[in-house]
Design a protein around this ligand. Structure first.
Ligand code: B4P
Length: 183
């Protein structure tokens, strides 16, 4: 099963991804985690990504696509792509990569959470890019660059919307109800 997780910053993609990969045995690729690891290790990609992440901007497509291409070969028994794609260009690149492997996406989960709740969650998490000004920028980037993916995947007929309000357990039960259709 090949699954993509789309949603605004702080929607809980990383939180729910932990449950999904544990129960469905999927390879987990979080571009956010991969980029933070690169920043910490001060690799050339990390040094480049850091300036964008600090400002709440998306990291350039070619950098992120490079990170994904490197890792996707590890996904033999299915994958959960968490936070990738985030732009139409990334989605098109992913379609191309997966078509070459003859392994198209099964489902795209859109985790929907109202904006005021996102601010609350991110303010209490307190990561380096979680201060109010940067959160605002991340939301602008989401609306301008990532939200168009909802239309893109609706057209492909593989988008499923998940209500992201409630406890972690309640939301996970909604996700399971959808994923179990694809097992
Ligand atoms: P990500 O690491 O993907 O992070 P995120 O969108 O901020 O958070 P996520 O939705 O995973 O929320 P979480 O579970 O942690 O991206 C960070 C940055 O990396 C981006 O801004 C960008 O610069 C860069 N980047 C990543 N991928 C990229 C790409 N493809 N292209 C370009 N740039 C890219 O949850 C947030 C908080 O809510 C936590 O504290 C959690 O405990 C809490 N929470 C979760 N579920 C809850 C619930 N049900 N109720 C209450 N609180 C909850």
């Amino acid at each position: 099963m090949r699954v993509v997780f789309v949603g605004p910053p702080g929607a809980g993609k990383g939180t729910q991804a932990e449950n999904i990969v544990r129960d469905y045995g999927l390879f987990h690729l979080s571009t956010g985690d991969a980029l933070r690891a690169a920043v910490k290790a001060q690799t050339p990609i990390g040094i480049k990504a850091d300036e964008y992440m600090k400002a709440g901007a998306l990291v350039p497509d070619e950098v992120v696509i490079g990170v994904v291409v490197e890792r996707l070969d590890e996904a033999k028994d299915g994958c959960l792509l968490d936070g990738f794609p985030r732009t139409i260009a990334q989605a098109e690149a992913l379609d191309k990569i997966l078509a070459e492997k003859n392994a198209p996406l099964d489902v795209v989960l859109e985790l929907a959470v109202p904006e005021e709740e996102l601010f609350k969650r991110l303010a209490s998490r307190g990561r380096a890019d979680d201060n109010p000004e940067v959160i605002k920028q991340r939301l602008v980037a989401y609306h301008e660059q990532t939200e168009p993916l909802v239309g893109y995947y609706t057209q492909s007929g593989i988008l499923r919307k998940i209500d992201g309000l409630g406890t972690v357990e309640e939301i996970y039960a909604r996700i399971q109800a959808v994923l179990n259709e694809y097992k």
